[in-house]
Design a protein around this ligand. Structure first.
Ligand code: G4P
Length: 527
């Protein structure tokens, strides 16, 4: 099969949601419909409930399993689908942001009772930054939720994206009767079921004025559906696939994941409209997937479960050409060639060694510490892939070493955990102060636990009075140096050695910005 054909077969996407909206359930049902698993309950939920250490320890034990489940490849109707799992817990939001750099589109799950929640808003911001095409799945229709039109308005307002329903519910909660697909013009009647449903059960209604509809669902449901569909046609312009693919419009589906309802319709429409592997930008140019030479980037690092062997698995998104196991590839940051003789593909329930992979695929490379998040591999080209920024953390803690004999271990452990993207480390230019920044409290427990278990180092975290980490730039190098000299006590280096201004408070940052108008301050490392 030609490279072009391999690319056309692939669809790589991620599922995102606010915790508890149904991401894990939908993932599992998609795999069930995709034939990748045959029993419910097979997908290990790697979610962590609110701030519970015991849950984390449990996750820790399961880490070996979750490596396999964080990328789930399966074949469906002649296509190769790569589904990337994202952690639901908000403390791991940064991991989710990075995973989104490796997908070409996104399915967003929304709970019809709760509507658009905070985490969804944040994730949508990232999708918008990347113009990622988004499909919305409004879940839990078997519950008394909000009015579907209100939900659509809420998505438009809070998520700042145009919407277009492609399916429509008949009733909701106790009176939930089914869903009419505006995309295929078919009606699917609802029967609560944990079992596999077949779309053969769907009834085609090219014209919803067909009297058969009344016979099937009763006069009042039929009348309501007709009224709703008329309103939809009036309010929303016809669905344009290009608008969706450019990230401007989100098609919306309704269903109930736990009841297998509306899932296959979602999947079938997804394979119709979702984009193929898209181009990615290097610093200097755009790389097309169809280019013959292999290129890819690391978006996730997973430490191995066995603390005695510090192997890690680096997840690489193939961007162009063909990846071949055993080939020498150029590691752009280290300017060195590496041979990867151990490459893994992730299937729904297993991982298997592979010999080759194509754009859109995710390859797992075993690594002993040479790769870190954001690294680029090529056949010799020197540019790095863009679009894997660090965001300013929200919580900052100073690291205090509790065992002076283990300083080396602590440093090594911290550096390796940072390469994995567990948190961000800022090393002050003056003195030896090190500050760890995260988006959530949970990471500090994770770091302490792993430092102790894997590196035999003990430390404590002391809250650092900091508001934001600001990467900065300026066209005038003299002014830039003046700024650095005047604020040297507040300047640290990030993991890549970039200088960062550590702002103590919002008001202070504003003052500094006023005093140095030639300096631009950024809350992300890529600007
Ligand atoms: P998450 O990954 O987004 O955090 O959500 P998850 O799938 O774990 O679902 C959260 C809860 O919502 C689960 O219940 C799940 O069974 C339920 N759920 C998912 N889809 C539907 C649906 O269509 N209708 C209804 N009524 N519930 C749904 P739980 O009690 O937290 O867990 P479990 O014991 O059922 O696994």
């Amino acid at each position: 099969m030609s490279l072009q054909q391999e690319i056309s077969k692939r669809r790589t996407f991620g599922i995102i949601s606010h915790p508890d909206a149904g991401k894990t359930t939908l993932t599992e049902k998609l795999l069930l419909f995709g034939g990748a698993i045959n029993t419910a309950g097979a997908v290990k939920s790697n979610k962590i409930k609110q701030h519970a250490t015991s849950d984390f320890m449990e996750i820790e034990k399961q880490r070996g399993i979750s490596v396999a489940t964080s990328v789930m490849g399966f074949d469906y109707k002649g296509l190769k689908i790569n589904l990337l799992d994202t952690p639901g817990h908000q403390d791991f939001a940064e991991d989710t942001y990075r995973t989104l750099t490796a997908v070409d589109s996104v399915v967003m799950v929304i709970d019809c009772v709760k509507g658009v929640e905070t985490q969804t808003e944040k994730l949508m911001e990232v999708c918008r930054m990347r113009s990622a095409p988004v499909i919305s799945f409004i879940n839990k229709l078997d519950r008394e939720g909000q009015d579907p039109f209100d939900l659509l308005d809420e998505i438009e307002q809070k998520l700042e994206i145009k919407v277009r329903p492609l399916s429509w519910p008949l009733g909701m909660g106790k009176s939930f009767k089914g869903v009419y697909s505006l995309y295929t013009k078919t009606l699917l009647l609802f029967t609560p079921s944990q079992k596999k449903l077949n779309l053969e059960d769907a009834i085609k209604f090219d014209d919803i004025n067909d009297a058969g509809l009344d016979r099937l669902v009763g006069d009042s449901y039929a009348a309501q559906l007709r009224e709703d569909v008329e309103l939809i046609e009036e309010v929303y312009p016809p669905f344009e696939v290009e608008e969706y693919r450019s990230g401007k419009l989100a098609p919306v589906f309704f269903g109930s994941a736990v009841n297998n309802f509306g899932v296959q319709e979602l999947l079938d429409c997804f394979i119709d409209i979702a984009p193929r592997p898209l181009e990615r930008s290097l610093e200097e140019r755009v790389v097309e997937p169809t280019e013959n030479k292999f290129s890819g980037f690391v978006f996730k690092i997973h430490a191995n479960i066995d603390p005695k062997h510090r192997n890690r698995i680096a997840f690489v998104r193939v961007c162009s050409g063909k990846f071949m196991r055993g080939s020498n590839y150029h590691h752009v940051r280290l300017e060195k060639k590496f041979r990867f003789s151990n490459a893994t593909a992730f299937m729904a329930q297993s991982k298997e060694t592979i010999d080759e992979a194509f754009p859109g695929d995710i390859v797992g490379l075993y690594d002993t510490g040479n790769l870190k998040i954001g690294d680029t591999l090529t056949e010799g080209e020197k540019g790095m892939f863009k679009g894997i920024p660090s965001f300013s953390p929200e919580i900052f803690m100073e690291v205090v070493n509790l065992d002076a004999m283990k300083t080396k271990q602590l440093d090594k452990g911290l550096n390796q955990l940072m390469d994995e993207g567990v948190a961000q480390l800022f090393s002050y230019e003056m003195g030896t102060k090190k500050v760890v920044g995260t988006v959530g409290q949970l990471q500090f427990e994770v770091i302490q636990h792993r430092l102790k278990n894997e590196y035999n180092a003990t430390c404590k975290f002391v809250p650092a009075k900091l508001y934001k980490a600001c990467w900065f730039s300026g066209k005038d190098s003299k002014k830039l140096n003046e700024f650095i000299d005047s604020k040297y006590r507040h300047i640290a280096k990030d993991k890549d050695g970039k200088l960062v201004f550590m702002a103590e408070s919002k008001s202070w940052l504003t003052m500094v910005q006023d005093s140095f108008p030639e300096i631009d301050f950024h809350f992300t490392s890529e600007f």
